[in-house]
Design a protein around this ligand. Structure first.
Ligand SMILES: [Zn+2]
Length: 169
């Protein structure tokens, strides 16, 4: 991938406090993507849900424990310079997704990952529904464990409040 783009990404770690907590870290990465959006095609942004991720309010969506150590992030990135922009976009998408999605049970399909709670909004009816999705293999199910049939929906991570309303009702 483009050297200057990579350098500029690594530079964003050098501002003080970037890895102080997950909210600041999420904010730093998504602002960097906003500022460098023109380097990515719309397809690439959508495919990796970066279009959704850069518009989420970190104060509402970033979870308490995404399950990786922040102190290692710069090293982790520096060690593996992505060869292609496609790979870089995928790595960014996965990392950000981990920071805003609440984990559920282990995926019954690949058993390699925990499923994440998502909010699916039917585009025509605006009906909202909480579903579970595995980011590794794409398996999606309803919260009662039956296979989710999909449809034309807009997907967002389900935040704490969404889950609260689900488990109360
Ligand atoms: Zn899976």
């Amino acid at each position: 991938m483009n050297d200057n783009l990579w350098k500029s990404f690594i530079d964003c770690f050098k501002s003080p406090g970037v890895t102080r907590n997950f909210i600041d870290y999420y904010t730093a990465i998504t602002s960097w993507i906003q500022n460098n959006k023109h380097h990515f095609s719309v397809d690439l942004l959508e495919k990796n849900r970066l279009d959704i991720l850069i518009n989420l309010n970190p104060n509402i969506y970033v979870i308490e424990d995404p399950g990786f150590p922040l102190a290692m992030e710069l090293k982790r990135f520096e060690k593996n310079i992505p060869e292609k922009l496609e790979i870089f976009a995928m790595i960014l998408g996965n990392r950000l997704w981990e920071m805003v999605t609440i984990r559920g049970e282990e995926c019954p399909n690949c058993e390699g990952d925990e499923m994440r709670y998502l909010l699916a909004e039917e585009i025509s009816t605006k009906d909202k529904k909480i579903i579970l999705e595995c980011n590794s293999c794409g398996w999606t199910e309803n919260i009662d464990g039956t296979l989710w049939s999909g449809g034309r929906v807009a997907i967002l991570p389900a935040n704490k409040e969404d889950l609260k309303s689900l488990f109360i009702s």
